[in-house]
Design a protein around this ligand. Structure first.
Ligand SMILES: NC(=O)c1ccc[n+]([C@@H]2O[C@H](COP(=O)([O-])OP(=O)(O)OC[C@H]3O[C@@H](n4cnc5c(N)ncnc54)[C@H](OP(=O)(O)O)[C@@H]3O)[C@@H](O)[C@H]2O)c1
Length: 283
């Protein structure tokens, strides 16, 4: 099976490329393939002839999307539609990644795939639109919804993953104030990549939720990261209103993973175990 990976320079993209190894027929970041350029997509697919395209490209600046929706809609929605049609026309399977932020957080038990999405912010709207465009293209596809991705190197635009930024700020002696009223399942990029490839290899189709097990708030994640990294610092728990971020976020966005289990995927380990491994690797 020949696999092409777009957005290969991101957290998930890097984990996928390192896991797939020689199965990667092509992998590129934005410099090699800007997914908003349909002609460039066609050129790569016609040259590489992949059986599967994994789209790890995304515009993930949730607050930035609130001020300027254009780039989020272009990358997370319109480009995904182009990719889906290009894949369908060439008989390739599209594996795409979506977000827990398609939900409004009103539920107090894990969101299932069939729950009605109701995004609270522009980023969530753009991710939902991308999924609808994949379905609309009518080709074979797998969409994996996940949440709170962290991993080595993190997100370039944000300057590392949340975990890395918290530890760096604590080490620099900066005050730490982190929201305690948004609950989700932190997900380790290499674990997500392994699950995605396992589902791909099983030929799973449709929409599937995949996260590490367990859930916590950003405040609990920050506290656990500092404890596991051996950094002594106080993290003040604040509310989302107090933080006043431009984009509203769901207060609860834990995703139920039963469909992934039914598809034969073993439960991913607890987020705290994955975090410990990540921090051991990052010294
Ligand atoms: N991170 C999270 O907490 C989270 C939560 C839920 C779901 N997800 C989803 O999980 C997937 C993987 O996210 P991630 O954490 O790996 O994100 P990431 O680290 O931000 O990686 C996304 C990559 O896409 C690239 N990209 C942006 N615009 C592009 C374009 N026009 N053409 C090609 N590449 C482009 C980015 O490049 P630049 O760095 O140059 O912009 C970046 O390398 C995404 O679908 C995301 O929406 C993430």
């Amino acid at each position: 099976m020949k696999v092409a990976v777009t957005g290969a320079a991101g957290q998930l993209g890097r984990a996928l490329v390192s896991l797939l190894g020689l199965r990667t027929a092509w992998a590129g970041g934005r410099d090699e393939l800007d997914v908003t350029d349909p002609a460039a997509i066609a050129r790569v697919l016609d040259r590489v002839h992949p059986d599967v395209v994994i789209n790890a490209a995304a515009f993930n600046d949730v607050d930035g999307a609130e001020a300027a929706p254009g780039p989020a809609m272009a990358v997370n929605a319109v480009a995904v539609g182009h990719l889906a049609r290009a894949c369908r026309e060439r008989g390739a399977v599209l594996v795409h990644v979506s977000s827990d932020y398609v939900f409004d957080g009103a539920k107090r038990e894990p969101y299932r795939e069939e729950d009605c999405p109701r995004p609270l912010n522009t980023y969530g709207v753009s991710k939902l639109a991308g999924c609808l465009l994949v379905a609309d293209a009518g080709g074979p596809h797998l969409i994996v919804r996940t949440s709170g991705v962290f991993g080595p190197g993190g997100n370039r635009v944000k300057g590392g993953s949340f975990v890395e930024r918290i530890i760096a700020r604590a080490r620099a002696g900066q005050a730490l104030r982190v929201v305690a009223d948004q609950v989700f399942s932190p997900t380790y990029a290499p674990d997500l990549a392994a699950a995605l490839v396992a589902l791909m290899d099983r030929g799973t189709r449709g929409l599937v939720h995949v996260t590490n097990c367990g859930s916590c708030s950003w405040h609990e994640l920050a506290t656990a990261a500092l404890e596991l990294a051996g950094v002594r610092a106080t993290v003040e728990a604040i509310g989302s209103r107090e933080l006043g971020a431009p984009a509203r976020r769901p207060s609860y966005s834990v995703l139920a993973n039963e469909r992934a289990r039914a598809a034969g995927l073993a439960p991913l380990r607890l987020w705290r175990e994955a975090l410990a491994e990540f921090l051991r690797g990052n010294g």
